[in-house]
Design a protein around this ligand. Structure first.
Ligand code: SF4
Ligand code: SF4
Length: 161
């Protein structure tokens, strides 16, 4: 018997024995997903967007590039689970399903953060959540990383002066 037939047989058995409801079974078969994000954990690394094969999750700069935004197009998500797999902070949650009434509506903002600027020249450095995450990790290792508030160019100048 093929693997597919074995799988169908196991599913039917689970339904018949009440281990899984028909509703849950239908949900498992839906090739769409809805992603939720725990904003207290996201560090703006962008890995989920870089690895999403359908660009359902994508990065966009907000007004005048003052903000970092992670957006989600609900109808483009195939529930492949890649974003969940790559997120280093485990802040994403995936549920199968499609919110039909939201098809065609603008992408949902999953996460938004202000871009930090170099305290010397004002150039954008990166989202605050990313900088604060680096600070936390460096401090946890008992090290001191100087000039985190400076852009690479001003950091070099400061180190050489
Ligand atoms: S589950 Fe897959 S398709 Fe959906 S957002 Fe994550 S990586 Fe993209
Ligand atoms: S959700 Fe996870 S992978 Fe995506 S930007 Fe935030 S920390 Fe990175």
């Amino acid at each position: 018997m093929s693997e597919v037939r074995e799988f169908r047989k196991a599913k039917s058995k689970a339904v018949l024995e009440g281990e899984i409801s028909r509703r849950e079974l239908l949900k498992m078969a839906v090739p769409f997903g809805q992603v939720e994000l725990d904003s207290s954990k996201c560090t703006s690394c962008g890995l989920c967007a870089f690895d999403c094969p359908t660009e359902a999750i994508f990065i966009s700069a907000g007004e005048e590039a003052e903000t970092f935004r992670l957006l989600f197009k609900n109808y483009a998500c195939t529930a492949c689970g890649k974003c969940i797999e790559v997120c280093p902070e485990q802040c994403l949650r995936l549920e199968r399903g499609l919110e039909v009434d939201k098809i065609g509506s603008p992408a949902k903002v999953l996460f938004e953060d202000e871009i930090a600027r170099c305290s010397e020249c004002g150039s954008p450095i990166g989202p605050w959540s990313m900088i604060n995450n680096i600070k936390r990790k460096v401090l946890a290792n008992g090290q001191v990383l100087p000039h985190l508030e400076l852009c690479p160019g001003c950091k070099i100048k400061a180190l050489l002066s």
